[in-house]
Write a protein that binds this ligand. Structure first.
Ligand code: NAD
Length: 285
């Protein structure tokens, strides 16, 4: 991504940004955008190779980034990688808490109980595994809180700092099948508000984005048949999205750059911004 391709001209020159889960679909795009806006970007991921691929792409475009292996649930690893980042780039002013996700062990097979109760190999509410629920809560909630405890230390006493969390549509109203992911993202939204208040006098703004449905390479098979026609799931999603379309990646990037831009959003903290084509506003009637 080049600077001229950015949807907003937010200037992040001189800033150091940490993006957790930066090897993934959404946060690799955010990393590219932050780098194109001038930030030095530390891309953290459980999978070092994914982080490095993104960092290499960014460097090839002429911007500054480096990939780091780091589990956001490991306090010692966070501390060690933090020390490395400070040596490589300096103290951190921007943190995007992007690592997150769901688990099949915390997902029911069907939407309604009656659809699966008599079928042996289906996962009903009663079959959800404690370890699956704990995995999802830890990854999304603790995986946001622990990196914040580590990297926000650099922000105390500094100016114009930002923490951006990634919530989800299911934080407002749970999506079917995924009770743990929905609850964990609701906790991320709640924590965003809590932390915004806690840091409100430190020049640290804390916000979240709540992406709706974006069509990416990763979910293409779920959303479109091999012949390009939409799947039944796509039909349901679009019927619940008043704009009747999926989001485009740069529509996430514009919101990220807006929230990080003090000139534009300097009085905004503690918001969870839906980027959803109206999904969260629509009752279906
Ligand atoms: P993704 O799976 O492509 O990216 C997540 C990245 O996090 C992966 O690269 C993974 O290796 C990394 N990761 C997983 N566990 C980790 C850990 N313990 N420590 C460090 N890194 C770890 O997912 P995505 O779709 O790009 O999602 C990014 C964020 O956006 C997540 O928080 C997700 O919950 C949220 N989100 C996604 C959507 C969507 O439609 N894709 C919608 C709403 C919210």
């Amino acid at each position: 991504m080049k600077r001229e391709d950015l949807p907003l001209n937010t200037d992040l020159s001189g800033k150091v940004a940490v993006v957790t889960g930066g090897g993934g679909v959404l946060c690799s795009e955010m990393s590219r955008a932050l780098a194109a806006a001038g930030a030095k970007v530390a891309i953290l991921d459980l999978k070092k190779e994914s982080a490095q691929v993104v960092a290499d792409e960014i460097v090839a475009e002429g911007y500054v980034a480096k990939g780091y292996a780091c589990n956001v649930l490991d306090k010692e690893a966070l501390k060690a990688v933090h020390e490395e980042i400070v040596k490589d780039f300096g103290k951190v002013q921007i943190l995007i808490n992007g690592a997150g996700g769901n688990s099949p062990k915390a997902t029911t097979t069907e939407e309604y109980f009656g659809e699966c109760k008599d079928i042996a190999d289906k996962i009903t509410f009663f079959d959800l595994k404690q370890e699956g629920v704990e995995f999802v809560f830890n990854l999304n909630f603790l995986g946001t809180l622990l990196p914040t405890q580590e990297f926000a230390q650099d922000m105390i006493g500094a100016t114009d700092c930002n923490i951006l969390n990634i919530s989800s549509m299911n934080a407002f109203t749970p999506l079917t099948k995924i009770p743990a992911y929905s609850g964990a993202k609701a906790a991320v939204s709640n924590f965003t508000q809590w932390l915004a208040v806690h840091f409100s006098r430190e020049d640290i703004r804390v916000n979240a984005i709540a992406p709706g449905f974006f069509s990416t390479k990763q979910n293409a098979a779920l959303l479109f048949n091999p012949d390009g026609t939409p799947t039944a799931r796509t039909g349901k999603i679009l019927a619940a999205t008043p704009m009747r379309r999926f989001g485009q990646m740069n529509e996430l990037i514009g919101s990220v750059l807006f929230l990080l831009n003090k000139k534009a959003a300097g009085f905004i903290t503690g918001v969870v911004l839906p980027i959803d084509g109206g999904f969260s506003a629509y009752s279906g009637v």
